[in-house]
Ligand binder design. Structure first.
Ligand SMILES: Nc1ncnc2c1ncn2[C@@H]1O[C@H](COP(=O)(O)OP(=O)(O)OP(=O)(O)O)[C@@H](O)[C@H]1O
Length: 263
């Protein structure tokens, strides 16, 4: 059962213009419903990571605002409500895997829970590596450790930026099957950035397709497939139809992009 209530995320008129003048968001108006999982897909460089960083409170918008359960991201981050697993997991090199994950709970002001920590390590397939330091883990293992670390805080908001990028295909499928049941019962509002359309359909309740930079919403697709989803769902007509719609929207966004059309 959730011990903290599910929260919505609202982005209103959100723009980020970097110091070099690069504008990443068009501005964006998006609301993410409490407890739902949304996949964000879009061409490389369109602004997906920028959007996630703004929602995480790691960056500030040039205009507009993000509210999480009515509060600014920095306030929610300070109370340990937000957890992230990014492409390049920043595990502390001097701590073992178990201690890295336990520390995340401490930083999120959650009581120690060694059983949960070990359970998560097992679920991401790192059983036996509890006392190993990050340097002795492969890139894919470190990514899985980062996912366990994010889930260990029992967050209200979970931000996943290409979390399976360095993970092999079979392990990816296993994680896609095993991980969502960990955050669904908590009512975690989850955003997943991925380059894989199939991963987006498999893991999410909704897919937001973004255009090339500056990102605007090209399509907003519901994924009305029942949970839990076994990998075989990818062979169903409903799954393939949604994947085809997402792919077509991606292509349309690129075709309609003024920047690319001018090249
Ligand atoms: N700190 C920064 N300073 C200047 N430009 C930046 C900065 N961060 C990002 N950008 C630019 O903003 C744009 C969007 O970057 P972002 O990382 O958000 O894209 P993305 O959609 O996540 O890309 P990818 O799918 O390749 O990871 C890119 O053109 C990038 O060069």
């Amino acid at each position: 059962m959730p011990d903290r209530p599910p929260v919505p995320i609202t982005c209103a008129g959100l723009t980020r213009i970097h110091d070099n003048g690069v504008a990443t968001l068009d501005p964006l108006d998006l609301t993410f419903a409490p407890g739902r999982t949304t996949a964000l897909i879009g061409p490389s460089g369109c602004g997906k990571s920028t959007l996630l960083r703004l929602i995480a409170g790691l960056d500030r918008p040039s205009a507009g605002e993000v509210l999480i359960g009515g509060l600014p991201p920095a306030r929610q981050a300070a109370r340990g409500a937000i957890a992230m697993a990014f492409q390049d997991p920043s595990l502390l090199p001097w701590l073992t895997l178990r201690r890295n994950i336990a520390l995340a709970r401490k930083l999120a002001r959650r009581p120690a829970d060694p059983r949960l920590v070990d359970e998560l390590i097992g679920l991401v397939g790192l059983e036996g590596f509890q006392e190993t330091r990050p340097a002795a883990l492969s890139g894919g293992m470190r990514q899985r450790a980062a996912i366990a670390r994010a889930l260990a805080t029992r967050p209200q908001v979970l931000l996943l930026d290409e979390p399976f990028g360095a993970v092999d295909e079979l392990t990816r499928r296993q994680l896609a099957r095993d991980l969502p049941p960990l955050w669904h019962p908590l009512g975690t509002t989850t955003l997943l950035v991925t380059h894989s359309v199939d991963e987006a359909v498999l893991l999410s309740d909704r897919i937001v397709v973004l255009s090339p930079r500056p990102a605007r919403v090209v399509a907003d697709l519901a994924v009305p497939l029942l949970h839990p989803r076994l990998p075989q769902v990818a062979d169903t007509a409903a799954f393939r139809r949604i994947a085809a719609q997402a792919l077509a929207a991606l292509a349309q966004g690129v075709a309609d992009s003024p920047a690319l059309a001018a090249q």
